[in-house]
Design a protein around this ligand. Structure first.
Ligand code: 3HC
Ligand code: NAI
Length: 696
């Protein structure tokens, strides 16, 4: 008996249902069983037409990524060919999402009918691969070369109406999908055929003259929006093959390119990132049935950079927010910034003015705490000052209803100290959003000593509702992301003192894949912010420990970064950075004064010192239990710190390089640069044991 795919008979229609929860991934077993059902439907004289559909919440969301992760090539070609060559019409009935192998299966049917709200796409590039089941060959035949390029290079899905207009689907069904699909199938059967095969349709494939600029534009787009990634370029190559070779040969070309991508380090890293991002929601002690508190309304204290962004994040998903600030001018500025951000989004066509109106109306600015007592969640986002935050927590404690969650957006302070100012420490949690909070996906959920399991479960559910990624972290200074950032930034500064320039460091890290260089980030956030963090950590330094020399001087000179037009870099009126000889002279002088010998430093050393500084601190955090898994740390860096997804995150990257090699280099750095490079005990142990995976 089949486990995943069944064939039912319904008034002359064979209904094949794929039931492999949660997303009907097309595993080998599913493909085999679907093939068997098709064969049975073909030989059953009572069946005049076939409908293929998915059980549960969606059609097929793609090949099974856990099988691909083992570098197993999916065996889908015989299924697709059986489908397309069935001597009866095959109608694909799509609801939810038909993605990757799911859309490829759908395109092998003769017709596609979809439910309202369904989406189709070829998201394989998100996993470092290309469509590997003839998607690059059928999609341009149905939708044209330009649309196929767009979909395969960006990986973005398209809506049912767009898919209809593009020719990918044949009908949007507004009533019951199965009924609509079955009626469509019987009508097709009555017509007697032949039924259209996408593989035989060449009319949309264009001429070499028409296609050449499309391929050039797609390659340009790929190198821009997916910098340094190989899969999108291979996808273009595969679509190019569709336009120059017969279907069977084009499919062979696609298969070879697919295999190449599947075995690449980029695919391994991106598949790791896919599962790591989903794993973060699994927290020991938090079960599916852990009670969650209802969050229907939110209140925010502090209408600055973060408070405003957080308010937008809630308003965007339909949750009303009150926001207050003790400085009326700041409140006004904050609201003006929110409005300006929304106006820009409307101007860019992201949503309509009407949607903007709805979102604005959900944000209620006010002085004082009126109504805060009814809020289900109150988030504090005032200056990073422990005494101030404690006062605010005590005040909130007095007015909040018992079921309310009290959260702080602090980036470094101790959540337990804030909880101690309240009578409900179980309801206190850190919700560390990243700037701009309406855009960045990461939220570190900081679990204090007493934070209740229901509060953690609520925060995780809330992050999902906000379309963000919530990662539960422990309560240590800087939590996970910023704690690792400190040694990363420190090494970057040491490198410039030893002879590199800020622009060379930034360029090397950018070329390696970071979204921005270290110093560009510092300039964007504000040198004063980094300076304050530096001041706050000064007491933690061991006597005689080497500390960066230049940051304080930039601060003293009022070079506060982009906002003053000068920081590590110099900025023009369009905020375009350029090297600044003044900074170079400052660094040289500081190095001379400190007796630091300057030398030429290559890109490789720059990258190794910065990235291995992240890894070493990450290993400590993992061993100390402040992160649950190495994959959680990777997710934090991928979603909050501009780490390149095709390198999988710092911890994954270290395992790809090999712990022994990373450890060897760190030991060399310690010899040369001192105790700050003491290797993390966990890393030493794994290197000695010749392991290549972080402990689970
Ligand atoms: N293979 C294996 N598992 C998958 C999967 C897939 N294709 N897609 C989703 N899952 C799993 C997730 O890991 C998760 O497991 P968990 O509950 O144990 O954590 C579960 O399904 C639910 O996934 P989400 O949490 O992501 O659920 P959402 O409802 O938020 O999103 C989705 C649903 C939009 C379908 C999203 O899961 C998604 O984008 N999936 C990946 C789609 C994709 O990339 N398809 C292409 C695969 S490669 C391919 O098809 C190659 C082919 O060309 C040969
Ligand atoms: P900000 O300076 O832009 O805003 C702080 C706001 O709090 C100001 O408008 C101020 O008037 C207001 N405020 C001060 N005391 C108040 C009081 N008693 N009652 C009501 N409002 C009061 O600061 P920003 O950048 O928004 O930071 C806020 C918090 O978020 C800090 O804890 C910071 O560490 C954290 N954070 C900041 C990030 C960033 O990139 N800016 C990123 C992540 C966290």
């Amino acid at each position: 008996m089949n486990r995943f795919v069944t064939l039912a008979r319904r008034d002359g229609v064979g209904v094949i249902t794929i039931d492999n929860p949660p997303v009907n991934a097309l595993s080998r077993a599913v493909a085999e069983e679907a093939g068997a059902c098709l064969a049975e439907a073909a030989s059953d004289a009572e069946i005049r037409a076939v409908v293929v559909m998915g059980a549960g919440r969606t059609f097929v969301a793609g090949a099974d990524i856990s099988e691909l992760q083992k570098a197993e090539l999916p065996e889908l070609h015989s299924l697709l060919s059986a489908c397309e060559n069935l001597p009866k019409p095959v109608v694909m009935a799509i609801h939810g999402t038909a993605l990757g192998g799911g859309l490829e299966l759908a395109m092998a049917g003769h017709y596609r009918v979809v439910a309202v709200g369904a989406q189709v796409g070829q998201p394989e590039v998100n996993l470092g691969i290309i469509p590997g089941a003839e998607g690059t060959q059928r999609l341009p035949r149905l939708a044209g070369v330009a649309r196929a390029l767009e979909m395969c290079v960006t990986g973005a899905p398209i809506s049912a109406p767009d898919a209809l207009a593009a020719g990918i689907i044949d009908k949007v069904v507004t009533s019951d999908l199965l009924e609509g699909a079955a009626a469509f199938a019987l009508e097709a059967a009555a017509s007697g055929g032949p039924w259209p095969k996408a593989s035989e349709r060449n009319e949309k494939l264009g001429t070499p003259e028409q296609n050449a600029p499309l391929f050039a534009a797609a390659r340009e787009q790929a190198s821009r929006v997916r910098r340094n990634q190989t899969a999108p370029l291979k996808a273009v190559e595969a679509i190019e093959a569709a336009t120059t070779l017969p279907f069977a040969e084009g499919s062979r070309a696609e298969r070879a390119l697919f295999a190449e991508c599947l075995r690449s380090a980029q695919a391994r890293a991106m598949m790791h990132a896919f599962f790591a991002e989903r794993e973060v929601a699994k927290v020991p002690g938090i079960e599916k049935d852990t009670a969650v508190r209802e969050i229907a309304s939110v209140a925010i204290v502090g209408a600055g950079t973060m408070g405003g962004g957080i308010a937008m994040a809630f308003a965007n998903v339909g949750i009303p927010v009150r926001i207050t600030d003790n400085d009326p001018a700041a409140l006004e500025r904050g609201m003006a910034t929110i409005r300006r951000n929304y106006v820009n989004s409307v101007a860019r066509g992201r949503f309509t003015a009407e949607v903007m109106g709805e979102r604005m109306s959900r944000i209620r600015p006010q002085s004082g705490y009126d109504g805060f007592g009814e809020a289900d969640l109150i988030i504090e986002a005032v200056f990073e000052d422990l005494a101030l935050k404690k006062t605010i927590f005590a005040a909130l404690n007095a007015i909040a209803k018992p079921s309310s969650i009290l959260a702080s957006n602090t980036s470094t302070l101790n959540i337990d100290e804030l909880a101690a100012s309240t009578s409900c420490p179980a309801s206190v949690v850190g919700l560390h959003f990243f700037s701009p909070a309406n855009v960045m996906r990461l939220v570190e959920i900081v679990r204090g000593r007493d934070t209740g399991a229901d509060v953690i479960a609520t925060a995780l559910a809330l992050a999902k509702r906000l379309k963000k990624v919530g990662v539960v972290v422990g309560n240590c200074p800087g939590f996970v992301g910023n704690r690792m950032l400190l040694p990363y930034m420190r090494e970057a500064q040491f490198l410039v003192e030893e002879g590199a320039t800020p622009w060379a460091v930034d360029q090397a890290l950018y070329d390696w894949g970071m979204a921005m260089g270290v110093f560009a980030v510092d300039d964007m956030a504000g040198i004063d912010v980094a300076w304050r963090v530096h001041q706050a950590h000064k007491h933690l330094h061991e006597p005689g420990e080497r500390t960066p020399l230049v940051l304080d001087k930039l601060y003293d000179m009022g070079r506060l970064g982009q906002k003053t037009g000068r920081g590590w870099h110099r900025y023009d009126e369009n905020r375009k950075p350029s090297p600044d000889p003044e900074v170079e002279a400052l660094i040289e002088q500081a190095a001379r004064d400190a007796g630091i010998e300057r030398r030429a430093i290559g890109d490789q050393e720059i990258v190794e010192r910065c990235i291995y500084a992240l890894v070493n601190e990450g290993a400590r955090i993992l061993e100390e239990g402040f992160a649950l898994r190495a994959g959680d740390i990777d997710t934090i860096y991928l979603t909050g710190y501009g780490f390149p997804i095709y390198r999988g995150g710092p911890m994954w990257y270290a395992s790809e390089v090999g712990f022994a090699e990373v450890h060897r280099r760190i030991c060399e750095f310690r010899q040369r640069h001192g105790e700050l490079w003491e290797p993390a005990p966990l890393l030493t142990r794994l290197a000695n044991e010749r392991k290549n995976q972080w402990p689970a």
